[in-house]
Design a protein around this ligand. Sequence first.
Ligand SMILES: [Zn+2]
Length: 591
Amino acid sequence: MLMALLLSATLTSAQTAILPPAFPWNGASRALAVPANDAWVTPSEATGFRTTPRYDETIAYLRKLVAAAPQLKMISLGKSDEGREIWLVIASKERAFTPDALRRSGKPTLFAQASIHAGEMDGKDAGLMLLRDMTVRGTKRELLDRANFLFVPIFNVDGHERFSRFNRINQRGPEEIGYRTTSRNLNLNRDYMKADTQEMRAMIRALREWQPDLYIDLHVTDGADYQYDITFGGNGTFGWSPSIGAWMDATLRPPVERGLREMGHIPGQLIFTEDPLETGIIDGVEDPRLSNGYGDASHIPSILVENHSLKPYDQRVLGTYVFLEQVLRVLGSEGASLRAAIAADRTRRFDPVPLTWRVPDGEPQTIEFLGVESRKTLSAISGDVRIEWLGKPRDARVPFRKTTEVATSAKRPVAYWIPAAWRDVIAKLELHGIPFERIAAPREVDVEMDRFSAPKFDAQQFEGHVRVTATATPERRHVRYPAGSVRVATDQPLGTLAVLLLEPASNDSLFQWGFFDSILSPTEYVESYIMEPMAEQMLAEDPKLAEEFRKKIDSDEAFRGDARARLQWFYQRTPFYDELARLYPVGRETR
Ligand SMILES: [Zn+2]
């Protein structure tokens, strides 16, 4: 009884998250919201941004809007793992409702997706307002004169319907929200390369079909407190698409930030550090498993938007609206220069191809940072430093580090050869839109192949996979590839993406994600009664081998004490040993 009382008392006191103080806000963008009695009020506006609509209510609003607006059409990109449709709204003045028609329109196209993390649904409610204002209400109709707009209101549709007051402990509204991950507990923003989910496969197909000029992924932060209400960025000028990065820095960011400020918002760089006033901020390259990393690797200009979770919901939704509006304006006037940047990056052939980056040595530059005052004390609960955000602005110059230096890279081969049996791997390349040649008859090719040793599996699974890395020793081989095998040339716009998927040293390679685990186990064995006399004979016939064995015994204590390893050492030196053991089946065609 006492236990039950204590338990219920705890539950009651933990019903509301204790957030740091809010900043007062009354931006000019408030005027964008229509009154509750407007015929086209969105569900969230109708409650003064206290709530966000469920999936059915969202789709019902959009259906009504599409029925009334000739510039709009809704199509399904496919179904989620739980069977919900993922809707795309196409906004086009000329009613160019197919990928071909949209391309023929000649106008640049913005593709924005909301709710990839369905607790972060600011983009959904902003998009509904903007689509209405571009069409039936007419206040932003001119945006469609010079650009097309594609909008996915809810990407993680299953997570969105896991609706609760308790899904985000660090977010100021709306009252109830969806959940970060999908019905299979997968994070869509880690799924861009491996594409495990139906949701991601639908999105990747959509990106290939619709070929947007700009791709925006709308989120809400976790983490530190600061004054900015909307932060955004991409992989910068030092990733896989430097020309696109330069366009975003020089052409997109300044007018978008200006437009946001004019409407009362506080835009900034992406901030992923816990205590930026203390440690500064880092501008890094995201791996391609994430939306903006994937966009960068495949030369689709991509922007990650992180609204600040501690700002009130109305401020965040309105900031997203202004952001999308400003981006559409820039796209309308600067579409030609963006397309030139895309073309430059699509013809770029990195060799070597950077795989990871780091911050170079030396003093970092500094930037002005709009932070929040904090107090740090020793915590009796954690035993570590406790940080309390005090709700008072504090501006300071902080270090701004950029990961401009390549840390690891891989040689770019002329082509990769994937044997026909690896159908799942070939299917991934096909999904990603990477062109390849499939051979109809067997072909003999000289290739370089990696022989793995010392494979290491992570102790924990990550996104349903156990990451594996291994030491690779390349060797030259003459291989007969069966019919149905594929040759993936790297001299193509998606060549760098192919390298990132197929080089085992790449963090997001299909090898590290575990698609090739089966090759890591030797599958034939030898008995000691066979290996003992053979080893004797080998030692007697080959003095060099005998010397090598003696040295190994002397220098390697673990080996010395491992009877099986000692016999295995000889087995590996007989022609009976599996010559394909731990051989990465993907071959590199080199010059
Ligand atoms: Zn997110």
